[in-house]
Ligand binder design. Sequence first.
Ligand code: HEM
Ligand code: MG
Length: 300
Amino acid sequence: MNVTPQSAILPEAGPYSLVCVFNLVGNKDKVIRQCQGLLEVAEKLNQQHVSACIHLSFGFGKAFWQQFEKGCPNDFEEFAPLGSGDVTAPSTGGDLLLHVHSNRHDLNFHLLSSFMQPIASEVELIDETNGFRYLDARDLTGFIDGTENPKKQAARQEIAIIPDGPFAGGSFVMLQRFVHNLPAWHAVNVAQQEQIIGRTKPDSVELDEVPADSHVGRVDLKEEGKGLKIVRHSLPYGTVSGEHGLLFIAYCAQQRNFREMLDSMYGEKDGQTDKLLDFTKAVTGAYFFVPSTEMLTQLQ
Ligand code: HEM
Ligand code: MG
């Protein structure tokens, strides 16, 4: 395969992430040239700061992608709002996604700042979220997040990267920013929290009987005996006094895996919702297509 996936996808999430969603309000050509130029900026920063390990990817919302005459990947849909009553997920869209992860919070800032300066009047930055690895890779609920995430490069490649066809080397991203209600969560005892997640709290061991309405019960899906998989890069974000939660971001070679998991979490399959959603609420939701590096650098 003579194509290279964008660099954020395959390596495990670094300790600091930056996830930005933009809408295009001005000149698309300037914006795309700035995206292409940022790959070189990142490469130079990585040479100057050898332990920084800056990885990044650009994703495109469907409406924006369709302006490039590259055709549209099969099965590329907009994020549909989900759920009902108190358990809902909005669709908030976005033309462009920038996902950066590295060992350096300051360089993530620097990268975004240098990206924005020349195109400040061409785009609107609608969500900018800094993520951080918390303790031993825990979500702010205190549970380890990522235990069942595929670790080996070959498995991550197989799950996340489109293997062949015109969009080979590309990937789909699902993004949801969740705001947690930690006072409500902390009011629940640990045994009950474990029933809600489906794993133990100290060491993330799957329960002998995983409740069907637990988070793991909702998202650990099988089709014809084979697990539906995605590659997660989520990290906690926020401030103690303000909003905080999980910036959920994941990659997959097919969008369908996300839709299956979301339908299961939000009660669209059997009316049963994910109990975790009683303690956290998505405030954004969007899908993006992440072309291969070669396709990104050829866009015009
Ligand atoms: C597993 C947390 C949202 C997909 C887990 C685990 C935790 C967790 C603690 C168990 C450990 C692990 O295997 O990583 C959260 C939190 C969320 C959230 C706090 C939001 C606030 C989502 C969403 C999806 C998702 C939106 C997909 C649509 C998965 C998958 C697994 C998982 C696929 C692995 C299941 C398995 O194979 O056992 N999550 N998650 N999660 N989560 Fe989430
Ligand atoms: Mg499993």
